[in-house]
Design a protein around this ligand. Sequence first.
Ligand SMILES: Cc1cc2nc3c(=O)[nH]c(=O)nc-3n(C[C@H](O)[C@H](O)[C@H](O)COP(=O)(O)O)c2cc1C
Length: 315
Amino acid sequence: MFTQKPIILAPMAGLSDRPFRRLCRSFGADLCVSEMISAKGLVYGDRKSRILLAPDKSDRPYWVQLFGSDPEIIREAAQIALEAGADLIDINMGCPVRKVVKTGAGAALLRDPERAEAIMQALNRAPAIPYTIKTRSGWDAKQTTLNLFIEMAANHNAMALTCHPRTAIMMFSGRADWQQLTDAAQDARLPIISSGDLTDPQTAIEALARPGMAGIMLGRGSLGRPWFFREIKELLQKGTGWSPDPELKRETILKHGDLLKEEYGEKTGLLLYRKHLAWYSKGLSGAAAFRKKLFTLTSFAKLESAIHELFFDPV
Ligand SMILES: Cc1cc2nc3c(=O)[nH]c(=O)nc-3n(C[C@H](O)[C@H](O)[C@H](O)COP(=O)(O)O)c2cc1C
């Protein structure tokens, strides 16, 4: 499907939504993963889950992430997602957030490998569902399950496995253990994708080049920086650094606001836009004052002049 190893937007709840996926695609993301969607929610017709599932025409092939703990519900939800236009289903076996773990989903599956395997078996049953797994290195340092999950995923015909090589209890502290992932990837019988701490183009390229690595996912490094994909590709293909000029940044930031408004309407769109603007402003002089002011601005129109002041008319 790709001439080079894919550079992928990671699933991020509340963030890798249709607007952000569209922006990242426009800057060369080869694939994007949706926000995680509740398998139960889809099966029981929850409106919010159905809205999350709707595809965006710019985001093809469409890779939808589901979370859940019941193998049959997950299979049924995957079928619903395929009927709605998904091309590939990812199963979340790594989210350490309490709300998810207490339902037996996400990282809870790292402590229940039999259930994780039953989910893979259900998806692999004829007619098989095209699916991938996203996981962490284990629940804690004493329970490293990465090799076991790679083995199970290969046995049950998953198309790839992504690993964020931190344990669940680390959440986002410490560093991703790339060496552990590289060691595991070398013997793997399915493509392994690396996720975690890729925040500059050079590091991302090095991660792509590691033996056994079939692709990389970018998460936090892409926030306030949807052009990160192009930065990596330019360095990879031409060997020279690239960064967007102020005009392209300006267009992108404003476009992001338009997309959010169109997707969510004025009220919710504004809440989400403020969050992204805080990331866009990182590192700029005057950013702290801008971020404070952001939360007092109650319309897109008011935001726009503040954006111009900070990003485009720096004093
Ligand atoms: C705000 C936020 C939301 C996330 N939501 C999800 C999610 O829905 N599903 C998932 O598998 N991982 C989720 N992750 C984990 C990321 O996909 C990624 O694996 C992790 O952030 C490490 O990559 P990074 O260092 O590039 O951010 C989330 C991470 C963040 C920061």
